[in-house]
Design a protein around this ligand. Structure first.
Ligand code: CDT
Length: 307
């Protein structure tokens, strides 16, 4: 089962950039993708807005305007319509405000018929909830979002078992394994990652890009799945976020890579039949996993040194 998969990297979105302008950029990439035969397209985390968790406001309600209360909505409907016209599935991230008043960092997976077939709410929220002056920049995801309540789920879309994760989730093997245990064949990951560690100026961008790539390649290999990790990147409101969008095969090799820091399409033909070999040999979970020794993973959160 082969499918041409694309990643639509998006360059910086400035604070005052309207949703409609962003959607126009997304549609330009979708047109390019269609011209290259892409059948499924992955956009970044929080594709519609600037990465506002870098800003602190006392009253978080002041930031509700960054959130979508329905999807699709007037701004995004043209994207849905274009994808349906092309017969293309896609996924993108946005900030969701539910009718119950809950705020999530969300991504949706949309079938070629234009139906939202899966919704994922980000589990691992990095950063902090209060203003912390010792940091070179703020990362207030814990202030503006609730931890997701969906867990890690898969859906069969266009014949492929697909699952979503968002940004910081890619660094957690638990997220990958939850998807792996459901037979995932394509993991989609959108991200916004600042190029500087806000507590360590000495951690250069090279190390940060390396850790990103290491996480995605390891997760793909250890679960014998393809992965598409797509950045929102470049300069945003005077802050730099690294690029490095990649498509990774089920052996953990990068098979497509972005070269710039702006809007850019990456494309690879993915042969999902390749996933089966790893799943029935080295990573045959049924044959080799030893769950009797894994209890700590769900019973304990932090490290306990008892020796
Ligand atoms: N958006 C997001 O999750 N970014 C984080 C930054 C980590 S530093 C607080 C990431 O893991 O890439």
């Amino acid at each position: 089962m082969k499918m041409i998969v694309g990643g639509a990297q998006i360059g910086g979105i400035q604070r005052d950039e309207p949703r409609e302008a962003v959607v126009a950029r997304m549609m330009a990439l979708m047109e390019q993708a269609h011209a290259q035969g892409v059948e499924f397209l992955v956009y970044p985390e929080m594709t519609l807005t600037t990465f506002f968790p870098r800003f602190y406001v006392e009253d978080r309600a002041e930031f509700d305007h960054w959130f979508e209360t329905e999807m699709p909505n007037a701004a995004t409907q043209p994207l849905f319509d274009m994808a349906r016209g092309f017969g293309m599935g896609f996924t993108f991230g946005y900030c969701e405000l539910t009718p119950e008043g809950e705020h999530f960092n969300t991504s949706i997976l949309v079938s070629p018929e234009g139906e939202i077939v899966s919704t994922y709410r980000k589990t691992h929220l990095p950063g902090h909830a209060e203003f912390e002056p010792e940091r070179s920049h703020q990362h207030l995801e814990k202030r503006y979002f609730l931890a997701g309540d969906t867990g890690f789920n898969v859906v069969r879309n266009q014949g492929v078992v697909m699952g979503m994760a968002i940004c910081n989730d890619r660094r957690w093997p638990e997220a990958w394994r939850c998807l792996g245990l459901q037979g995932v064949e394509l993991v989609t990951i959108g991200y916004n990652t600042p190029s500087q560690n806000n507590l360590s100026k000495n951690e250069g961008i090279e190390k940060r890009v390396y850790h990103h790539e290491l996480s995605v390649c390891a997760g793909a290999y250890q679960n014998s799945t393809f992965a598409v990790a797509v950045a929102k990147c470049g300069m945003e409101d005077g802050n730099h976020m690294f690029a490095g969008s990649i498509i990774v095969d089920s052996d953990g090799f990068v098979i497509a890579r972005a070269t710039g820091e702006g809007d850019e399409l990456i494309v690879a033909e993915c042969d999902f039949d390749k996933c089966a070999f790893g799943k029935r040999t080295v990573f045959n979970f049924e044959a080799h996993r030893r769950i009797e020794h894994y209890g700590r993973i769900t019973a304990q959160t932090g490290v306990k040194v008892e020796v």
